[in-house]
Write a protein of this length. Structure first.
Length: 154
């Protein structure tokens, strides 16, 4: 029988460097409940993070950057994802069709909430893209007009 392997842990500065954020960001995410380390840590001890913590932080940063989420939206999205993870665990623990029906029914509004957030972001991005397209079209028109004026002078 082999001895259990202990997962490597990382200090907050190592995590910040690895993920590309500041230690302040990590602490703030803990305060918001996005990372669970703060509650599990004894006051005065170093913050230690495992690979799961780092993966979660990387995913949060990816979602924040990809979707341009506010912190409130990020918290809401993360809470919905945690609720879905709990439902997936319940699904795996039961073979009852009745229970699985309840699980699916509970999961639907969570995914709808996440999808609505993404769609709102898509709409805002689409509107911004339209504005930029209009600006680019007007710039091309100005460029063509200036070229015509230059041609007429020669």
């Amino acid at each position: 029988m082999s001895a259990p392997t202990q997962e490597r842990t990382y200090r907050i500065g190592e995590v910040a460097d690895r993920v590309g954020v500041t230690t302040r960001t990590i602490r703030y995410y803990e305060e918001l409940g996005l990372l669970g380390t703060a509650a599990a840590r004894t006051k005065g001890t170093h913050r230690l993070y495992g690979e799961a913590d780092i993966s979660r932080l990387e995913e949060l940063i990816r979602l924040r950057d990809l979707l341009g989420l506010s912190l409130d939206e990020l918290v809401a999205l993360a809470e919905a994802e945690e609720a879905r993870a709990a439902l997936r665990d319940r699904w795996a623990e039961t073979a009852s069709d009745r229970e699985r029906t309840r699980i699916v029914k509970a999961a639907i509004p969570l995914v709808e909430q996440q999808l609505e957030l993404v769609r709102r972001r898509q709409q805002r991005l689409s509107e911004f893209a339209d504005e930029l397209s209009d600006k680019l079209r007007r710039l091309h028109e100005h460029q063509a007009e200036l070229a015509r004026k230059r041609q007429n002078r020669t």
